[in-house]
Ligand binder design. Structure first.
Ligand code: PEP
Length: 250
């Protein structure tokens, strides 16, 4: 079996300022020496230039938190994938649960954003996950497969060879409630199995992150599961010592 590289990606959400970001990134860079995993930070749009300036030539990649589905045009307030590429982004999150819930992003819109990111040479990090009500109704598998299949239907399964999938149960995001390693593993295995039904090689090589209240104290047991290839980190990505400890656990 392929030894998949581990990736730890921070999602800063709408936090930070120039001074705080500089301190955070410098602390992360100076603490990463021993860490051989891939590391990335997804920062607010205005700070992409700062990330590029501070992170170029380092082991830390950077990216954005969403992207327009359109290549260019009269879409006031939106940001095109090519603009993100212009600032050296490697990654962009698509379909984060906050975007789906607060900004009404449908499966189809997320799939279009995924395609736009790929078109610009970015690596989309497709976020999928169920709400608490969906889990309690026994619908977890159906929900994440529906979210995944929207992307497969529009971009084709081969597109996943150039993407990352993040499983983020909505009830675990920012709540301090983490999925157990087995709960997360079960969903990761389900997703990988669905991809394998179309293409075994793409499935085997697909990097899949878990996200939802990952902390230094629970990262190692999550990352030890066979289908968990790293983490998408919200709150703990804003504290250098915590983010570094999570990187070290990967
Ligand atoms: C996230 O927003 O992607 C996330 C996982 O947040 P947190 O780690 O704070 O739960």
């Amino acid at each position: 079996p392929t030894a998949r590289t581990k990736l730890v990606a921070g999602n800063w959400k709408m936090h930070g300022n120039l001074a705080a970001n500089q301190a955070l990134l410098q602390d992360i860079l100076s603490g990463l020496d021993a860490c051989r995993t891939e590391v990335a930070v997804c920062v607010p749009f205005p700070y992409l230039a700062q990330a590029q300036m501070l992170l170029t030539g380092t082991q830390v990649a950077w990216g954005a938190q969403t992207v327009s589905e359109h290549a260019q045009g009269a879409y006031t307030g939106e940001t095109a994938a090519a603009m993100l590429a212009d600032f050296g982004c490697r990654y962009v999150l698509v379909g984060h649960s906050e975007r789906r819930a607060l900004y009404g992003e449908s499966d189809a819109a997320v799939a279009a954003k995924f395609a736009a990111a790929l078109q610009a040479g970015l690596t989309p990090v497709l976020c999928v996950g169920e709400t608490l009500a969906e889990r309690e109704a026994g619908a977890t598998g159906a929900v994440v497969i529906r979210q995944l299949e929207a992307v497969i239907a529009s971009s084709g399964v081969q597109a996943l060879a150039r993407a990352v999938v993040a499983y983020e149960p909505v009830w675990a995001i920012g709540t301090g409630k983490t999925a157990t390693p087995q709960q997360a593993q079960d969903v990761h295995a389900l997703i990988r199995g669905r991809v394998a039904a179309d293409d075994a090689k793409v499935a085997e090589e697909l990097q899949m992150l878990y996200g939802g209240s990952v902390k230094p104290g629970n990262a190692a047991e999550l990352f030890a599961m066979p289908d968990i290839d790293g983490g998408l980190i919200g709150g703990a990505a804003l504290v250098a010592v915590d983010f570094l400890a999570i990187c070290a656990a990967a």
